[in-house]
Design a protein around this ligand. Structure first.
Ligand SMILES: O=P(O)(O)OC[C@H]1O[C@H](O)[C@H](O)[C@@H](O)[C@@H]1O
Length: 662
């Protein structure tokens, strides 16, 4: 059956049958394509020393153990084999020259085109008219999406297929926001009841903490929460918290409560997170999918010491709870499994904000009922994404225009520009979701991509960004932008006598910037404005710089959930088109392995007769730099000259105690 699927897929290839047949035979030879398939592991992935929970399983696979793929997955993997060799891709490449002849200044005069590129779903408006596209571009992008089997890939994700091939996992964060009465299966089991079991437990626990039924060790209410976690166990919750803080209903619910995050292992971050807090009133939530992440575990131990130094060891059971997929390690750490909130390996860290990772700390702060609205908003856009035709599907359109800009027009970046301070942590969150998901160099089957996937995301709320990096995006490099505006501000400030409120002023810029980028300012216009000739080149704006505008009615828990889903699904679309695995992150492992090596060197440096040199496996540069650090540390630890130990033996000079002590 699988080979029939492959043949039918290849059969559409037309003039490109050659390369695709080559791919096919190569894949068949490697054993990646057959009825039940043996999958080659991605080349060059070293899993040894990985601290992630899935690593041991993955490492057995890397040692040559193969596994079976369902026919559906065979089909999807096949559809991802070098999408750049398909006629649909080539047609888009050819289409670039047509688009290069057009200027957005002229395209925007076409009202019919603008109407076509204007979409609305449940009061979310998206306007793609300032993208460098015509109706034909959209048709060609949709053809590419069909060739990439986008619909089937979306269905496979929602149906719990193990589309994360390198970790053999389903990708079901959408199940985290599913209504109770839905059924979503993976590995033959419906996951929705488990999701709701944990959500019910979160509601129960957070209600008790908030109403004072659950008290601290000294009988005081726990009004302050410190959530310790990093990466996906931090950025999503921080984004949502920042978005909710000034929303009226949420702010009322949070009155008298504090939520802080501790992410960086930097002691400065520890000091800032704990500054002014009292152990008696503090609840610590340790958030880690794996419960092995070095930074989080060290911070958790540090904060546990801070708590127990004042309250005694028994206080841990009242003051520390955990969110993890690894309940065994939670228990070993000393947190009662009763006080642990589970999630599952089918939730990627960066996609985990709708699990207990976000729901627990955020419900402690705002109450479960408000956070349930957040889940409902995300689910609403998930359903739109799953069911709407591609041309009217906002996440799909965002993803397709993203692929168009990045891959075909050659603009590798995306600026995320919300015109509300409440979304100031959206860009940092999306940076992880997008860049960790799509920053890949090989396609699903492990073959090297012939184009660059991924997008460099950054951003800052308007208007602040305008006074910072907008110069570059107006007159320097072309950086596609996504402007996000809100109709009803979370805070209405109307000064008596002023027609334009603060919010109106903010939104004037939301509209103006997108048009300034698109239309620019020509030398003719400048001359008409009496600009001297010498300044004309400096004051010219070339325009033709693409952007999308998204307008939301208001910023509530519900619409924050919608925004999350728009971006998560947009990023999935891009990965599905590029034919990569957006759901693994092997690229973060190597640095961790090397850090572990440095850590063991530092530990050994505590002994006085320590001999460190290049033979320990570091190159000359690292050895020298590391030894400078150790030398500085030695001065701090061993202030007396005789206490200074020779930890730097690259050359004889460094063996001596620092000269200032001699
Ligand atoms: O939640 P944890 O297991 O502690 O992982 C925290 C983070 O670790 C790594 O950096 C991964 O690349 C991230 O995806 C993950 O979110």
């Amino acid at each position: 059956m699988a080979s029939a699927v492959i043949d039918s897929c290849l059969g559409q290839a037309g003039p490109l049958l050659g390369p695709l047949h080559f791919r096919k035979s190569q894949a068949v030879r490697r054993g990646t394509i057959r009825g039940t398939v043996a999958v080659a592991r991605p080349a060059g992935v070293s899993l040894k020393g990985s601290s992630k929970a899935g690593a041991s399983a993955a490492s057995t696979r890397s040692q040559g153990v193969t596994r079976a793929l369902s026919p559906a997955m065979v089909e999807l993997e096949t559809a991802s084999l070098q999408i750049s060799q398909t006629p649909e891709w080539k047609t888009l490449e050819d289409h670039v020259t047509e688009i290069e002849r057009l200027h957005l200044r002229d395209l925007l005069r076409d009202a019919a085109r603008s109407e076509l590129l204007f979409h609305e779903h449940n009061k979310i408006i998206s306007d793609f008219s300032r993208q460098r596209v015509t109706q034909k571009t959209i048709e060609l992008l949709v053809n590419l999406a069909d060739r990439a089997k986008l619909r089937k890939k979306i269905d496979a994700m929602f149906n719990g297929e193990k589309i994360n091939l390198t970790e053999d996992r389903a990708v079901l964060h959408v199940a985290l926001r599913s209504p109770r009465d839905k059924e979503i299966y993976t590995d033959g089991a419906d996951v929705v009841p488990e999701v709701w079991q944990v959500l019910d437990k979160i509601k129960d626990f957070t209600d008790k903490v908030r109403d004072g039924t659950w008290l601290g060790a000294t009988g005081q209410p726990l009004t302050d929460v410190v959530a310790i976690g990093i990466g996906g166990s931090f950025l999503g919750p921080l984004f949502v918290h920042t978005a909710m803080r000034t929303e009226q209903t949420a702010a009322e619910q949070a009155r008298g409560r504090n939520l802080r995050f501790l992410a960086n292992v930097d002691p400065v971050d520890v000091a800032r997170a704990l500054n002014g807090l009292k152990p008696e009133t503090t609840l610590v939530v340790v958030v880690s999918k794996t419960f092995t992440t070095a930074e989080t575990m060290l911070n958790a131990r540090t904060v546990r010491t801070w708590l127990t130094a004042e309250l005694g060891k028994e206080a841990v059971s009242k003051h520390m709870v955990a969110v993890s997929t690894n309940l065994k390690l939670v228990k070993e750490f000393g947190i009662d499994p009763e006080n642990a909130f589970a999630f599952w390996d089918w939730v990627g860290g960066r996609y985990s904000v709708c699990s207990a990772v976000g729901m627990l700390p955020l419900s402690l702060q705002y109450g479960f009922d408000i956070m349930e609205q957040f889940l409902m908003g995300a689910h609403n856009v998930d359903e739109h994404f799953r069911t709407a035709p591609f041309e009217d599907n906002i996440p799909v359109m965002l993803g397709l225009t993203g692929v168009w800009n990045t891959t075909f027009l050659g603009y590798p970046s995306l600026a995320i520009l919300p015109y509300t301070q409440a979304l100031s942590k959206l860009a940092p969150h999306i940076q992880q979701v997008s860049m960790e998901s799509n920053g890949k160099g090989v396609s699903l089957d492990g073959s090297k991509l012939s184009f660059e996937a991924g997008e460099i995301d950054f951003g800052e709320p308007g208007t602040n960004g305008q006074h910072s990096f907008y110069q570059l995006i107006h007159q320097g490099r072309v950086v596609p932008c996504e402007f996000i505006g809100i109709v009803k501000s979370q805070q209405s400030v109307y000064l008596k006598g002023e027609v334009v409120s603060n919010h109106d002023e903010l939104m004037c810029n939301f509209f103006a910037q997108a048009d300034a980028l698109a239309t620019g300012k020509t030398p003719v216009e400048l001359r008409a404005g009496n600009v001297p000739d010498s300044l004309i080149p400096h004051k010219t704006f070339t325009g033709n710089r693409p952007s999308t505008s998204i307008l939301l009615p208001e910023l509530t828990a519900y619409t924050v959930g919608q925004i999350l889903s728009l971006y998560e699904n947009r990023i999935a679309v891009q990965g599905f088109i590029w034919g990569i695995n957006s759901f693994d992150q092997w690229g973060v492992e190597l640095g961790k392995v090397l850090a572990a090596k440095v850590r063991s060197e530092m530990n050994m440096c505590r002994t006085q007769d320590r001999k460190v040199g290049p033979s320990d496996g570091f190159n000359h540069s690292t050895t020298k730099l590391l030894n400078r650090y150790l030398e500085g540390k030695a001065r701090l630890l061993y202030p007396e000259p005789e206490d200074v130990f020779p930890c730097d033996l690259i050359d004889a000079d460094h063996c001596r105690p620092p000269s200032s002590y001699v």
